[in-house]
Design a protein. Sequence first.
Length: 329
Amino acid sequence: MTLPLPRYSRITGTGSFLPSRRVTNAQLAEELAQRGVETSDEWIVARTGIHARHFAAPEVTASDLGFEAAKHALEAAGRSAADIDLIIVATSTPDMIFPSSACLIQQKLGVHGCPAFDLQAVCSGFVYALTVADSMIRTGAASKALVIGAEVFSRILDFNDRTTCVLFGDGAGAVVLEASDQPGLLASELHADGRHVGILCTPGTVAGGKVLGDPLLKMDGQAVFKLAVGVLEDVARSVLAKAGRQDADIDWLIPHQANIRIMQGTAKKLKLPLEKLIVTVDEHGNTSAASIPLALDHAVRTGRIKQGDTVMLEGVGGGFTWGAVLLDF
Ligand code: UT7
């Protein structure tokens, strides 16, 4: 007898984790001043909306942060690690070249056997990972997935470059995504345009036992800003149309937390009041693939996002990559 395939996947638990060292703009400005790099709390707040970020201690890795977030998500879902049959980790700052951070987290969770892999789509990574997990659940390849975004961007920041080092932070977020006969994820869409590889990149690599090229993050902020504003509106509208929903059906918008101006601009274009915009960029900075699950978990735990709410998640970042997921929580 063939069992019917699950028609949907649904988030059943969220979790997140931030390293304990919180660095305010003023503290960062003071540290940078010692290197002769000039910035200020006023500039950072006015241009980005960021007030503080968290930095991991040198010995703490993305898999350490992802493991903690995963434990919280499992607890919220009422599941144990042994129930999980798929682990996907979205990260651009993995612990090692290989094995994947997903395999390291699987080992930390004390489970063995289920597929575990990393997915690299920079700041769109979580939306990509959620879409892949949803597809695997719908085809019956998995039934209970851990989808994690975990980053230690502090490792790849150039603290002599004030145009980038004030923007990013470390952290992790996770969800448990389960097969369900109720939606769940309603629609999603992913995109990439490799013509723009150079506007946001960490171009270094390892070869012959040496780091070749520059292993620190480079960004043409204005080029990224312009592209992000355009694609975030388009992809949200496309995903709404696929799901047969309207702008007004969105209860909560969680865009990638990179810059409050891009986020508010997107909300306005979708005619959403700013109260429906979940904002954590002020306290977390840009945590790349971790930013969306961190913001989701924060909104759930502070009682804003409730069961049944319709939530739009939107990622955008290096590659150039972008995508959106619309879901009923
Ligand atoms: O995670 C992937 C997605 N990433 C993003 O979405 C990032 C998108 N881009 C942005 O968020 C913005 O472009 C930035 C926040 C990166 C920059 O904001 P901006 O309003 O585009 O500033 P700008 O690059 O035009 O720079 C304005 C001025 C420049 O000085 P001059 O040339 O006008 O004299 C910069 O040198 O601000 C200066 N500046 C700073 N001043 C103090 C740049 N960084 C700093 C700084 N502190 N940290």
